[in-house]
Design a protein around this ligand. Structure first.
Ligand SMILES: [Zn+2]
Ligand SMILES: [Zn+2]
Length: 245
């Protein structure tokens, strides 16, 4: 049996009436990761090694700032990272003779002296302490979804009755089936997932269609049905959860 720390949140998320239970799981992980980074644990310099080297992506640095909590802690984290970046950029400066080799121009080429800096910047842009924390647990959640679907009737029933996923999480789930399921069970799972997805994309399309019709005077006095929040729900179905106002 998989550890309860993963199965309980997965089961709870699938019980919710929502457009994507994996969004529910990811949002919770993201909120907790932001809370952790801004908590007391990273005030000690020796505990900041990971954040110093990885830094944060644009989304998460924005979230950390917008939380408006522990601005001193965030400043210490940012400054440790800046110090690290300065060292990396110092190392990336071309040595003697660097300029002489700088003769590669054109599409897809980089000037010789810029290569090390570009590699460094590419790496910095691809690392984020919060993304890493989320991704590690998300992988366990995906494994648990496959595991529970294969072994628990009650979960399988809930799974078949929920409203499908946002597209990025559908993609993640389909990719994970090859890792965590096999044989007929995997094929049946993929078929259930895709049927559920098409059915629910059509539902949301219908909600959008009705929302659009409501702009037409002929439908003015008709009820809104399920369409009043169709636009934000469609956006989330397409791109995963957002922070729409
Ligand atoms: Zn999602
Ligand atoms: Zn991130």
């Amino acid at each position: 049996m998989k550890e309860k720390i993963y199965t309980i949140p997965v089961t709870d998320a699938f019980r919710q009436d929502c457009e994507c239970p994996i969004c529910v799981l990811e949002k919770d992980l993201e909120d907790k990761a932001v809370e952790f980074i801004l908590g007391p644990s990273l005030m000690e310099p020796d505990k900041r090694d990971d954040t110093t080297e990885k830094g944060f992506c644009r989304r998460h640095l924005t979230k950390l700032y917008n939380a408006r909590e522990n601005i001193l802690g965030l400043s210490l984290i940012i400054n440790s990272h800046l110090e690290y970046v300065i060292k990396l950029m110092e190392d990336a400066k071309p040595g003697p003779g660097g300029k002489k080799k700088a003769s590669l121009f054109g599409k897809g080429k980089t000037v010789a002296g810029a290569q090390k800096a570009i590699q460094t910047l590419d790496r910095l842009e691809s690392t984020c302490e919060i993304c890493d924390r989320i991704n590690t647990t998300m992988e366990r959640y995906l494994e648990v979804i496959c595991y529970l679907y294969g072994r628990e009737d009650e979960f399988r029933r809930m799974f078949k009755e929920h409203k499908g996923f946002c597209l990025p999480h559908l993609n993640m789930l389909l990719k994970s089936t090859a890792k965590y399921m096999s044989g007929d069970r995997a094929e049946e799972f993929v078929s259930v997932v895709l049927n559920l997805q098409v059915e629910n994309l059509k539902r949301i399309y219908g909600d959008m269609d009705w929302f659009i019709k409501k702009f037409d005077y002929r439908y003015q006095n008709e009820p809104w049905k399920n369409s009043q929040d169709a636009v934000p729900r469609s956006i989330e179905k397409l791109v995963r959860y957002t922070e729409l106002d």
